[in-house]
Design a protein around this ligand. Structure first.
Ligand code: FAD
Ligand code: UDP
Length: 378
């Protein structure tokens, strides 16, 4: 048996919150991470004085004051409000779908005019009952025009599937409002940590009871780890843990292509979405705008995000939570329950389209149940 109470597999947000809280309770924790750095997909790195979001734009948002206070222990947040702009075949539209968008598209000026326009489009399609898929959900929320220009192309390239085959909940992530408000989120609290996200995880893991090893894959020595550690928190792919014995869950991957440019300002906004079907990437991020232009003079860094099919060995950025995958996941979750000393967490371990605040909430919930049910152990 090792000298540790816990093995945490994955130094992403879930694993790091758990490791931090366990260490505060006096537990000895070993964290292994297969990448060569900590922080998982929230990893940021300073290049040319700019905090570069290495795995895509990350904006923290929550309405839960406890979660907001929790994360603020580890960094000071700026007042960044996410307001992406859509580029559809060269025309620019504000996001999310709000009075600015409606006015740009149709020249309408009032909420009543916008509502009448959208209602007429909905009536022309004759939808009945609950929306059965993303296309029906989008049209029932926002009409055909916005669906065709700002949703269909983006969604189908992002997910590699027809919008009629995708679950409705994905499009309900985006607000629809009849006010001139370009805030992408409805949450009470929002911001970006000044100085990037990596520091948050660094501080979580900076504890004498925590040892971190990067560049180590759990599957290289799975049996040994399970034999030697009393309790394991696993934040990798749940189907991989069980050697895909019930079949593969589906994931969506991404390819990030970054460019350093010798100009101050490339696109005037942190995020521009390319919503047509033909442009092969979904969005371009210009990182310096997350910190209001902070960075070396005359330099900027942009990243194009290309959606990609997932196959074994690729990074599984998104679970594809359609009904087929969700029911397969449930079967894996049953197997997981039977693993006495292994707990599964995070976007991959719980196969959920979790945002950061939800990951923190899930990790703190596990901490609570673990230390309530496990009093005296370890
Ligand atoms: P991860 O960050 O994936 O961490 C899991 C870690 O485990 C990884 O580091 C992985 O390398 C490691 N690992 C896996 N298998 C093994 C193994 N076998 N051995 C050792 N280590 C292993 N959320 C927001 O709130 N706001 C946003 O704006 C936002 N934007 C996003 C944009 C993109 C493009 C993506 C992909 C996600 C975004 N998210 C956003 C979601 C956010 O990234 C996640 O909620 C969060 O990072 C998940 O944390 P996690 O610990 O569950 O997973
Ligand atoms: N979406 C869209 N057009 C956009 C932005 C988003 O159709 O310009 C849809 C798309 O299906 C996407 C979903 O809304 O997958 C959720 O968007 P979000 O920005 O939350 O995606 P994430 O940042 O998680 O990739």
């Amino acid at each position: 048996m090792s000298k540790y109470d816990y093995l945490v597999v994955g130094a992403g947000l879930f694993g790091s919150v758990f490791a931090h809280e366990a260490a505060l309770k006096g537990k000895r924790v070993k964290v292994i991470e297969k990448r060569d750095h900590i922080a998982g997909n929230i990893y940021t790195k300073k290049i040319d004085g700019i905090q570069v979001h290495q795995y895509g734009a990350h904006i923290f948002h929550t309405s839960d004051k406890q979660i907001w206070d929790y994360v603020n222990q580890f960094a000071e947040f700026n007042r960044y409000t996410n307001s992406p702009v859509a580029n559809y075949k060269g025309s620019m539209y504000n996001l999310p779908f709000n009075m600015n968008t409606f006015s740009e598209l149709w020249g309408v000026r009032t909420p009543a005019e916008a509502q009448a326009k959208i209602q007429a489009q909905k009536d022309s399609v004759h939808l009945s009952g609950q929306p059965k898929n993303l296309e029906e959900q989008a049209i029932s929320l926002i009409g055909t025009d916005i669906y065709e220009k700002l949703i269909k192309g983006y969604t189908e390239k992002q997910w590699g599937q027809k919008a009629t085959d995708l679950p409705a909940f994905i499009i309900r992530r985006l607000p629809v409002r009849y006010t001139y408000d370009n805030n992408y989120f409805n949450d009470t609290y929002q911001g970006i940590p000044i100085g990037g996200y990596t520091q948050i995880v660094e501080k979580m893991l900076d504890h004498p009871e925590i040892d971190v090893q990067t560049g180590v894959d759990f599957f290289a020595n799975k049996d040994e780890y399970l034999a030697n550690y009393p309790r394991v928190i696993f934040t990798g792919m749940i189907d991989q843990y069980f050697n895909y014995q019930l079949g593969e869950l589906e994931y969506r991957s991404l390819r990030f292509e970054s460019e350093e440019l010798d100009i101050d300002n490339y696109q005037g906004n942190a995020v521009i979405n390319y919503t047509d079907a033909e442009t092969p990437y979904t969005r371009i991020i210009e990182h310096k705008h997350f910190e209001f232009g902070k960075g070396d003079e005359g330099k900027t860094i942009i990243t194009r995000e290309y959606p990609a099919d997932w196959k074994r060995g690729d990074e599984p950025y998104y679970p594809v939570n359609n009904s087929h995958n969700n029911s397969l996941y449930k079967k894996y979750a049953k197997l997981a329950k039977m693993e006495d000393n292994v707990m599964f967490g995070g976007r991959l371990g719980q196969y959920r389209y979790y945002d950061m605040h939800q990951v923190i909430h899930a990790a703190l919930t596990l901490v609570q149940s673990e230390f309530a049910s496990n009093v005296g152990k370890g």
